[in-house]
Each structure stands twice: as C-alpha cells, then as structure tokens.
Design a protein around this ligand. Structure first.
Ligand code: FE2
Ligand code: FE2
Length: 258
C-alpha cells in the first residue's frame, strides 16, 4: 500500500452540521473582512461539485476513491460556512450552480480529458501537485482567519475544517511525490503547468479583484508564511526554487499600483 493510500484510514467521515451549537454564531461580532473571506470560502468549497465533475476522468482506484471522499468533505465545509454566515444574517449565493459555471465545469472536463490523452498518466502528477498547492493555501487561509477571529463557534468550525484540509493536502502531496519521483517528464510537465497555468483557488468563480483582495488580506501581511508555503511546494520533486505564491503576490502588487 502506498503512503497516500495509507491516509484513507485517517480521512474519516464528512463533518456533521448537527455537532455544532448554531445559536452561538451571533454571540460575537463577525467583521466585514470575515464576511468577505468566509463567503469566498463557502462559495469555493461548494464549487468542489464542479471541480470534481471536471476532474473525475479516471478509473484509477486510488484517485477515484480519494476524489469521492474529498468531494463529500469539501461540500460539507461549504455547508458549514454557509450556515455560519446565515446565522449571522448573511446570505451566500452558490455561484457554481449558475449556467456559465456549469458550462465551465463541462468544458474543464473536456480539457482535462484532452490533456490526459496528450500527456498520458503524467496528467495525474500535475493534478496531484496542483491539488497539493490548493489544499495547502486553503489550509493556511483558514489558519490565518482562525488566528484572527474573536468568534468561538467560527474558531471551532475552522479547527475541524483545517484538520480535514491537512489530510487532503497530505494525500495530494504524497500522491504527487509518488508520481514525480524519478520521472523527469512528469516533473517538467508539472513544473510548467504550475508556473504558467496555476491560479489561486476561486479565480473564475470570483473576479480577479476579489482574489487580489483575499490575498492582500490573508497572505500579503505574512511574508514568513508565504515563504513557508512556497518552500513546501518547492520540496516536491522537480519543483525546486519555484515561488508560486510570492510571484502571485508580486502580480497583485503590480495590479494594485496600475
Ligand atoms: Fe475544504
Ligand atoms: Fe480540502
């Protein structure tokens, strides 16, 4: 059994919304920045439905099994954040169910199938490394929000979500390393895809200025955290000296000055 497959036993069930005392949501104030960040997060978590549709292109039993666990857990993350915001009087629009995003998911699936035909199974090295970057950044986003919040219920919910994101990250990372290790072609393709095509989670669902605002709030004030994220990504085979998040933040600064 591979290191990634061994993680299945630790992944557990989706979180249970009935485990939380929702009446406590409005006990402490939620800031405008938190509403923005959590709305973004809820929409992206729910949109895993579309991301799953675009990526469910293989019968590989390990990838296929993980994607199903991942979809169910992410969907409940969306539900929890959505419900928390609702309890504080904020309605969340589920953007991914809009026709243009549904069309986008179907187009994404065709593109991924085409990419798989062109590059073969090295496609999944890209998929797993890309997933690792997204899970790690999501995990760090939630940790920053949790460190700053004064709302105990939000802190509890985020603590539980963070534990699952950490396992998602571990699975993607271990799978990526297995596929990249000793495979120079997979390393070249993955490095190209991440440095040329990767964009922060949620871009497309939300507009560029919202993505820039999110990065400005959560990562721009934390250069040490950015270096740590980039170093974790760069420690996967073939990705040495990449600085994905630092480059993204530099682009945000250039756009803000324009
Ligand atoms: Fe999640
Ligand atoms: Fe996740």
């Amino acid at each position: 059994m591979s290191r990634a497959e061994r993680l299945f036993d630790r992944m557990g069930e989706p979180l249970d919304p009935d485990d939380y005392d929702w009446s406590a949501a409005a006990d402490s104030p939620v800031t405008a920045d938190e509403v923005f960040q959590l709305t973004y997060a809820a929409q992206v978590e729910w949109a895993t439905e579309g991301t799953f549709e675009s990526l469910d292109i293989t019968r590989d039993p390990t990838v296929s099994r993980f994607l199903r666990i991942w979809l169910e857990q992410e969907r409940v993350h969306g539900e929890l954040l959505d419900r928390f915001l609702n309890q504080t009087g904020v309605d969340v629009t589920l953007l991914h169910r809009e026709p243009r995003h549904r069309r986008g998911a179907r187009r994404g699936k065709r593109l991924n199938q085409l990419a798989h035909r062109v590059v073969g199974d090295d496609f999944f090295a890209v998929h797993m490394a890309w997933g690792a970057v997204n899970e790690l950044t999501t995990l760090r986003f939630y940790q920053v929000i949790r460190q700053r919040t004064s709302n105990p219920l939000l802190s509890t919910i985020l603590g539980d979500i963070i534990a699952q994101e950490a396992l998602h990250y571990a699975f993607y990372r271990e799978s990526a390393i297995e596929r990249l290790d000793g495979n120079e072609r997979a390393q070249r393709i993955t490095r190209y895809a991440l440095t040329h095509l990767w964009r922060p989670v949620g871009l497309g669902l939300r507009c560029r200025s919202d993505v820039d605002r999110l990065l400005g709030l959560l990562l721009a004030p934390k250069p040490d955290l950015v270096r740590q994220i980039d170093a974790s990504i760069a420690s996967m085979p073939g990705l040495a000296s990449t600085r994905l998040i630092e480059s993204e933040l530099a682009a945000v600064t250039i756009r803000a000055a324009a």
